[in-house]
Ligand binder design. Structure first.
Ligand SMILES: [Zn+2]
Length: 61
């Protein structure tokens, strides 16, 4: 009875237990907090925006 559900985070691509699910996609807590603290001038910002855009596209179609 030790079956914890792990989902694949769309940002880091790793299976995590804790995180949020937006529409059908999962983002782990570490990536989520990282995204929140990522500044626009950060190198990773375009990557996060790209990932989030995938979600929005699915959500709005
Ligand atoms: Zn992640």
């Amino acid at each position: 009875m030790d079956q914890t559900e792990r989902k694949i985070c769309i940002v880091c691509g790793e299976p995590k237990e804790d995180g949020i699910t937006i529409v059908t996609e999962f983002i782990c807590t570490s990536c989520e907090s990282e995204m929140v603290h990522t500044k626009v001038e950060d190198d990773r910002y375009p990557f996060f925006v790209h990932q989030m855009k995938q979600l929005w596209l699915r959500f709005h179609t």
